[in-house]
Design a protein around this ligand. Structure first.
Ligand SMILES: C[S@@+](CC[C@H](N)C(=O)[O-])C[C@H]1O[C@@H](n2cnc3c(N)ncnc32)[C@H](O)[C@@H]1O
Length: 240
């Protein structure tokens, strides 16, 4: 069994539960997506044809947000879960130039599966499933796959640098979920289950924002920054 097959994401019910509730789980998910769109408009949307890679694409939400701005892009969407790829295909069936690959990050690291270069590499809430060494190797690989002046943006959960900050960030998360529950009329003690699932799941290997920014720097990325952060939720990236 591969590492991905042993993870909870290989379970279709687990994946469905995430798709149904991601707006509740993820603080400011809509804003994160709006910032990603703004990034694309500012740095990539110059009228020339672009190629994008969506790593750990899930149901294709990031690709969909970019396609709303630029229908001409070619995209390779990669995920370890066939179920997620099926959902991505359904969601994006009105668009052209999309290519789906079922592969784990480990497959991507060990093989040359993609067969082309990209102007934009994006990922959301997937890279935290890798160890720091694997993240570093993936950043290296992404850098190699990028065209000159291409960009990488990752939206993900990050490890808090201290326990005190972690406690605060988790209370911000609780507040967000309680607010969302009220607006969506959801009952029950949702936060405890979500926080436990996040903290106790050994599939989750978040590293600090600083360690990840330093890893990008050591690979050769420029213009590295954190573009948004709210508690444990962050968006960061850089330019080749
Ligand atoms: C939290 S979901 C995020 C999906 C989507 N990017 C989003 O923002 O909604 C994490 C995704 O990463 C995929 N994934 C997790 N571990 C992976 C691995 N080792 N290799 C490839 N995909 C993986 C899962 O199948 C899932 O679709």
């Amino acid at each position: 069994m591969t590492e991905f097959d042993a993870s909870r994401w290989a379970n279709a019910e687990f994946a469905r539960e995430y798709r149904d509730n991601a707006e509740v789980y993820i603080i400011e998910r809509r804003r994160l997506l709006a910032i990603l769109q703004s990034f694309y408009i500012n740095f990539l949307n110059d009228g020339r044809h672009k190629a994008m890679l969506d790593l750990g694409c899930g149901d294709g939400i990031l690709t969909h947000e970019i396609l709303k701005i630029d229908k001409s892009i070619s995209v390779i969407l990669v995920d370890g879960s066939e179920d997620m790829l099926t959902n991505a295909r359904e969601r994006l069936n009105a668009f052209k130039n999309l290519h789906y690959i079922r592969a784990s990050f480990q497959d991507i690291l060990e093989n040359e599966l993609l067969g082309r270069n990209f102007d934009f590499v994006v990922s959301s809430f997937a890279i935290h499933h890798l160890t720091m060494d694997e993240k570093q190797s993936l950043f290296n690989k992404i850098y190699a796959y990028l065209n000159p002046a291409g960009f990488f943006v990752n939206i993900d959960v990050v490890l808090s640098p201290t326990d005190a900050l972690e406690q605060w960030y988790l209370s911000l998360w609780r507040e967000w979920i309680e607010e969302k529950k009220l607006s969506l009329h959801i009952q029950g003690n949702y936060y405890d289950a979500i926080a436990r699932r996040y903290k106790d799941n050994t599939d989750n290997k978040p590293d600090t924002l600083n360690d990840q920014l330093n890893a990008l720097k050591s690979v050769g990325f420029k213009n590295i920054d954190c573009f948004y952060k709210y508690g444990i939720f962050a968006m960061y990236g850089g330019k080749k």
